[in-house]
Unconditional design. Structure first.
Length: 123
């Protein structure tokens, strides 16, 4: 029921445009939903590219961190092989003195895991 009155009042399917349907992309100017969808798709595409770029950077940082940690672990294991259990014992004591709460937490976690394993073995 699109009448001249409804167009002039901003109601109905014409919504103020004699030839078009506002909100449905019916005008040649491209101000309706059709151009809105295109703009939204472009915005989503840009956001996806930014997210991909950010994720790639995070993955690269994580890869470098893991490679560094593996390298350090290999070096430590080589030291322990050369110097024996005495070196390991010294490092554990040094860490325990410098980080007592962390050492206590690790000891508790190890004890809990060993308790679960021994309880499971008895069943």
């Amino acid at each position: 029921m699109d009448t001249e009155y409804s167009r002039s009042q901003g109601t109905g399917t014409g919504a103020g445009r004699p030839g078009g349907h506002e909100g449905f992309g019916g005008t040649p100017g491209g101000t309706g939903v059709g151009s809105g969808i295109g703009e939204r798709a472009q915005s989503v595409g840009e956001t996806a590219r930014e997210a991909y770029s950010h994720a790639s950077g995070v993955v690269q940082d994580a890869r470098q961190y893991v490679q560094s940690a593996v390298g350090q672990a290999k070096e430590k294991m080589a030291e322990y092989r050369e110097e024996g259990w005495g070196r390991l014992s010294e490092d554990v004591m040094e860490y325990t003195r410098s980080q007592p709460l962390a050492a206590l937490g690790m000891a508790a976690a190890i004890g809990l895991v060993l308790g679960w394993l021994s309880a499971a073995a008895r069943r």
